[in-house]
Design a protein around this ligand. Sequence first.
Ligand SMILES: Nc1ncnc2c1ncn2[C@@H]1O[C@H](COP(=O)(O)OP(=O)(O)OP(=O)(O)O)[C@@H](O)[C@H]1O
Ligand SMILES: [Mg+2]
Length: 806
Amino acid sequence: MEEYSDRPPADVAWYPMVPIRDVVIFPFTKVAFKIGRAGSVRALEQALAGDRMIFLATQHDATVDEPTPEQIYGIGTLGKILQSQKQENGQIKVVVEGRERATTVRVENAEGAFMALVRRAPVVNEEGTRLDALIQKIGQLVEQHLRLAPDTQTDALQTALRNQEPSHLADALASQLRISVEDKQGLLEIFSTQARLQRLVELLETEIEKRQLDRTIQTRVKRQMEKAQKEYYLNEQIKAIHKELGRKDEKAELEELKKKIEEAGMTDEAKEKAMQELHRLEAMPPMSAEGTVSRTYIDWLISVPWKQKSKEIKDLAKAEEVLNEDHFGLAKIKERILEYLAVRQLVKNPKGSILCFVGPPGVGKTSLGKSIARATGRKFVRLSLGGVRDEAEIRGHRRTYIGALPGQIIQMMKKAGAVNPVLLLDEVDKLGADFRGDPSAALLEVLDPEQNHTFQDHYLDVEYDLSKVFFIATANVLHTIPPALQDRLEILRLSGYTEREKLEIAKRHLVPKQAEGNGLKPDQFDFTDEGILEVIRHYTREAGVRNLEREIGSCCRKLARKFVSEPPAENAKDSIDAARVREMLGPIKFRQQGIAAQSEIGLATGLAWTEIGGEVLQIEATLVKGRGGVTLTGKLGDVMQESAQAALTCIRARAERLAMSLDFIRKRDLHIHIPEGAIPKDGPSAGITMATAMASALAHVPVRKNVAMTGEITLRGKVLPIGGVKEKLLAAHRFGIDTIILPKDNEKDLVEVPEEVRDSLNINLVESIDEVLSYALEDSVPTAAATDEAPPLWNTEQPSQGIQTR
Ligand SMILES: Nc1ncnc2c1ncn2[C@@H]1O[C@H](COP(=O)(O)OP(=O)(O)OP(=O)(O)O)[C@@H](O)[C@H]1O
Ligand SMILES: [Mg+2]
């Protein structure tokens, strides 16, 4: 502080000083406030006694009642008291007009009042574009500020802005802004107008930013509030709607679920899981996506049968009755089924005890399953495994997958609604396997009596007992069933029906069934035996009876249509005979006669065993000029190619006996063709047929028509046994073939062949290819070959080309 001896300089003078709290008073502003503290009142009185000028400076800390000079800011405002009014409580209300800034030089306490020696601060009023720009900017900011906070004293700020003098404007604005005392004091202490305006800009900008932030927070909060309110409102509405529709509300529904869980008879594990899920569900907002997932899961747990059991029929006589009622014939199979049922009653979990019906389509595998269910009083469910490639289809997806569901096994159990249904695993041979896992592995677990009482479905996620389920499998062929699975199965073969059996099946089952299905009464018409045989012989060619049933159905539909358009007279009985069948079904589809219309050279008829049962196939061999090679065409496997090679070698070795010149063979290529669609699954059984076709072509002797053969051939011409005799002979019978050539070693299989078929066929059992040829080839002496075709070419000896395939 400066020392002044006598007279202070003109801009320095003594003034009574009033420390003020919470406000900063600026020059060029009028302020009204109350003065209450004794020292301040005395200072005021002194001022009033003099030129009414007073020095106003702000305390650092508003809570201090008796501040020392050090606790008061060193820069304040000199002001003139315009009015003063004593209040009743001793306080004085004053109106002061700020005049100019001043800095304290010295403060003294005279008789309880502060006296301050202050120096007036010069007004620093810069000019220029920068000042104008600042003022303009401030104008904009104030406006923006007002927009964001319309509650603030709009008028006061706008008035402040109207000041012409930049310095006045700055101070008026500073005093009106709602900023902290510290910031205000800071503004007061800036003497330069330009600097003060600059600082004001900063303060206004911060203020605006704060307001903006406030506003976004507010709107965000508001938006959230609105959303919550909306949801609440909508939920209330849903509840109201449900109530209106007579549905139970949330709570009652959960109660009901709980009751259902308790009543479902679940295992402890399952019940615990269900209850757990129910608690989760309670905590979730109603109708939420999660809630639906939980609910679906609980629903599944509830709806799968845990205890429900159908009452089983133990009476074997009754079971037999049912089986006979549903199916004609199949005596051996039925017998086997009954034995099986008996064993099941005695032994709890018989080993390897899954029945598996194997046979061509339409022989009644699926319907036998149904019949077993009926015979044992169980529910029947069918799971088609054809094309199932994904393990998850058997076992389900984990619940974490969107849209996850239990696997087919559990779905079937739900469908059955009992723990002891007959579950028919249809077409196990069509089961696929790929990168998604091997479904047959899952199936193994299902079928294993050691494991299936704790079957785990990925979705259900609790152990489920399948041990009471009666599993039956069906398949067309065995060889595509994985060996591990085959091991669990007890194979029962259904190989197809003879014509007579088909007729009986049609009369007893198919015609009545189709008649009923098409709304015909049994006494309205008569399907004659000739009519049915016509269908069997000329409109179907199959091991089973599916197409037969379809064609019969088709006849019934035509009859039904006729009955509707021209109702029959009372007691009139329509009859469907052979002629009527032809009329109804149109042109004949199959001719009941040998494959070949006449005996031909190089055309041999073979018998094959495919997945649709026995088949008749024709093998053609033709000679062309060449170099002793063999070309095989058609879709052949390795086994068949080898078989062809063996056949050729064997025929070559017999060139002389067949009156062929070896050289002649060398100058010819042999082309053998096996038509597609009749590729035997049992590989080498076409051996003798190929050999016969070759021999016939080379020796230029026709193969007898209506002769069909099957057998494997060795290089030395021995004929080896083959499989599927019954199926093959049934096929031959179906095709109207009368002579069969069969390996001697297959004689034992003939007992399985229905007598009717055996009697209709002339079966020749052979051991060597020579016997085969003697039965198969026409008697004509094979002399023409060498001379007829082409002159023998003796000179060019060339090696054989071996077998080529195309
Ligand atoms: N012996 C029979 N007695 C009475 N009806 C039979 C007999 N065999 C088959 N059927 C009938 O033939 C129809 C076809 O049988 P099913 O569907 O069971 O054949 P499938 O052997 O399962 O054939 P796929 O291998 O094509 O599944 C059924 O309507 C069935 O009732
Ligand atoms: Mg079937």
